[in-house]
Write a protein that binds this ligand. Structure first.
Ligand code: COA
Length: 328
């Protein structure tokens, strides 16, 4: 089977910064409460009229530029998202159009926050047998227009963004390698975190909007517990599959949901926080965008270097959870 490596990374977040003080003005909350319960200080949100591919396109262009690859060379584009520009077609097809990636097959993967790792797993399968040579995998989300700005327990958590990677077949020792990926789902837990409106069960209607069914509904305390348990399990399983121990890991990139969740995951895995990549304080929870955005920032700042062993893990609505182990 062919080895696959990451040739380029890119990310893009909207320009509009929304600090905690914004929420202090519109609801009964404080900067202090938000920071102490989540570690989030600010997040980025789109301007009215913007949509997911307005973030995914510059993120992808940056990844392609780093890889030195023309979009026409892409064989496959996968976007992990649950907030495509439209219900149909996929964000991946709109992204293909915007990039001019004429020769790619393009589709979305909806696995909520682990969508990027799910997309990576699909790309890996398509590339391993050698039939596809170049893949673009994006994790992106626009959640700011699906949160209820009257619900203080959800609206302070989320932000918008997109991250992308370009994958190629590995050429030799200096290249990194995707080593292992673990995907998991438990549909019995679907109602812990969901957006009930806008699909075929509660189709768009004035009644649906009046009932606020288009907003994120979450049972925060339960999500919190499952988040820790599932991210730790996924990380342990993916390491075990390659007989790698936590001491071998150079960097952990956890889903950037909440600082307390990340700290507890690091604590249980026994990895020090100075090996954990953190962006949640400035971007909040950007769902499928959180891992590729954090990866790109860590690569561009020089933290993550060629050859480093990286473990990424995530959880989200579904319930879904996943982990990826790769040498950058
Ligand atoms: N400001 C002030 N008070 C708030 C608040 C806010 N923004 N949000 C909730 N509260 C209040 C609650 O109303 C509750 O008040 P009450 O005791 O009078 O009813 C109190 O704080 C404690 O609520 P609780 O839900 O127990 O707080 P918590 O410490 O569990 O923190 C979350 C709430 C949402 C931050 C936390 O549960 C969490 O992070 N869950 C995981 C969410 C997540 O990661 N989702 C994304 C998955 S991809």
């Amino acid at each position: 089977m062919k080895k696959i490596s990451i040739k380029g990374t890119g990310s893009y977040v909207p320009k509009r910064v929304v600090p905690n003080s914004y929420f202090e003005k519109i609801m009964d909350t404080t900067d202090k409460w938000i920071i102490s319960r989540t570690g989030i200080e600010s997040r980025r949100m789109i301007e009215p009229g913007q949509a997911l591919t307005d973030l995914a396109t510059p993120a992808s262009e940056r990844a392609l530029e780093m890889a030195g690859l023309s979009p026409k060379k892409l064989d496959i584009i996968i976007v992990g998202t649950s907030s495509a520009d439209m219900l149909s077609p996929s964000a991946a097809c709109i992204l293909q159009h915007r990039l001019g990636a004429k020769n790619a097959v393009a589709f979305d993967v909806n696995a909520a926050c682990p969508g990027f790792i799910y997309g990576l797993a699909v790309a890996q399968k398509f590339m391993q047998d050698g039939s596809y040579h170049h893949a673009l995998v994006v994790g992106g989300e626009v959640i700011s227009n699906r949160i209820d700005f009257k619900d203080r327990s959800t609206c302070v958590l989320f932000g918008d963004g997109a991250g992308a990677i370009v994958l190629e077949h590995s050429n030799g020792n200096r290249d990194g390698e995707i080593l292992a990926i673990q995907l998991n789902s438990d549909g019995d837990l679907w109602n812990l975190l969901h957006v009930p409106g806008g699909g075929s069960r509660n189709p768009p209607s004035y009644q649906m909007l009046d009932a606020g069914l288009h907003y994120v509904k979450m049972r925060g305390n339960e999500v919190f517990k499952y988040a820790i348990r599932t991210m730790v399990d996924a990380a342990r399983n993916v390491m075990k599959s390659k007989r790698i121990t936590i001491k071998d890991i150079d960097w952990l990139i956890p889903h950037q949901a909440n600082m307390r969740i990340m700290e507890e995951v690091a604590n249980r895995l026994e990895i020090p926080m100075d090996k954990v990549i953190v962006t949640a304080h400035k971007y909040g929870n950007t769902s499928a965008a959180s891992i590729p955005t954090a990866l790109d920032e860590a690569v561009r700042s020089g933290k993550i270097q060629r050859g480093d062993l990286v473990l990424a893990n995530s959880f989200g609505a579904g319930f879904t959870w996943a982990a990826a182990l790769f040498r950058y």
